[in-house]
Design a protein around this ligand. Sequence first.
Ligand SMILES: Nc1ncnc2c1ncn2[C@@H]1O[C@H](COP(=O)(O)OP(=O)(O)OP(=O)(O)O)[C@@H](O)[C@H]1O
Ligand SMILES: [Mg+2]
Length: 471
Amino acid sequence: MSKPDDLLTIEAKRPRFGPLTIASILTVVIFALDFEIRPGTGLGALYVVPVLLVSYAGPPYYAFYGAWVSSLLIAVRLLPYPLAELQPAVPINRFTALVVVWTTATIVYRLRQTATERSAIARDLADMKYALDQSAIVATTNTKGTITFVNDKFCEISKYPREELLGQDHRLLNSGFHPKEFMRDLWVTIANGRIWRGEIRNRAKDGAIYWVDTTIVPFLDDLGKPYQYMAIRYEITDRKRSEELLREQAALARLGEMAAVVAHEVKNPIAGIRGALQVIVSRMTGDPRDRSVIGDIIARLDALNGIVQDLLVYARPRQLKREPVDLRSLITSIIGLLRRDPTFAAMQVDVSGEPQPVSADPEQLRLVLQNVLMNAAQAMGGQGAIEIALSCEPGTCRIDIRDHGPGMTPEVIEKAFDAFFTTKHRGTGLGLPIARRVVEAHGGHIGIRPALGGGTVVAIEFGTPPALLRA
Ligand SMILES: Nc1ncnc2c1ncn2[C@@H]1O[C@H](COP(=O)(O)OP(=O)(O)OP(=O)(O)O)[C@@H](O)[C@H]1O
Ligand SMILES: [Mg+2]
């Protein structure tokens, strides 16, 4: 980018000939008059005019060039002259003229010097601001936390136009991730005039999450009290994502080890106990209430077994055995299973669209759809209709599962795929994490969005077999 200020500086250093010419002509005129007019006049002081002109014709020190030339011409008139009618000037007048010329030159020099320094500082500041704006996300707020300035990068990352940010406070971008104490500590630090540094997770206008490495600098007044805060931020979303991924992988590895132990130490005894209970039930002849108690125990054991199984699937995914899977018949069989549960017996499921076979491990794909359909049925309390829309094009098949339940808040959507996150009394919080792990292992995608008119849509995308791609 061009810097017009630099051009101005070069201009200022180059002598301007207009004022110099006028100053030269004036000097000659004053000198001639000085000879003409009778001695004793204070005409020498008129040299200040060419001195002023010269001093503005180039850099500040030009004022002294003018002063030297004028001094010489003033002093010349003190010499005795051979012509009888030309008397030397009165020394005191000459002296006064010299004082006036030099004082003027010095004042002009100082004023111009200060102005030059000021414009250099202003230029440096403008350069620094330009560099900062190019590299960082910058905002200033007043002491009440109201945003008073944002740079272009701030608008770019937050996706808010400037006018929607100015006058608001930073809570507009709050992602609800940081605890209250974190924010309190930030405010206490800067309100006490100290610099705060940290990493903040924000939410953009479109709901996207971004992380910023933040430094907030308080500007203090003469009494040492902050009157404004400047926040300088750098985006670190990618770094945070890879850190999170690493942590997730480490946690999964630990969970995998634990799951192996659980499988061995819990699953086998459960199977043993269940078998023994079934034998006891088959031999029981007495009170039917005892049978029902044992039936309850067996049901609880099955639930426990299911949790251990989920944990295993999540923590130790097995090798995929891909084959072309017919979506419609898979969905029909899952719905059949779902309806066996009396709570969901009345559940309606409408399937629309023309499916193509997808390339997937049928057992694992069953797990995905089972979990998502179960969530939809639970959200609707076993009443009403779930809509499944299948849309396939060469290469991919998309399954949109829509329910008419209470829907999910943005906070729940954000956490729904975290392992063990549940809002249900008896939930394990492994259904959606398992679904995501399986879908991603297949190279597909799964996402959640609120449905228009209420409820939730879970969208799953799977690849179709390569043979179909070629067809
Ligand atoms: N269709 C939906 N409607 C509303 N909320 C949902 C829906 N699907 C998932 N959720 C929310 O997401 C959370 C996580 O779902 P997930 O399937 O992972 O676990 P869960 O259903 O609670 O337990 P689990 O499936 O392990 O028995 C749920 O607790 C619920 O709050
Ligand atoms: Mg679930």
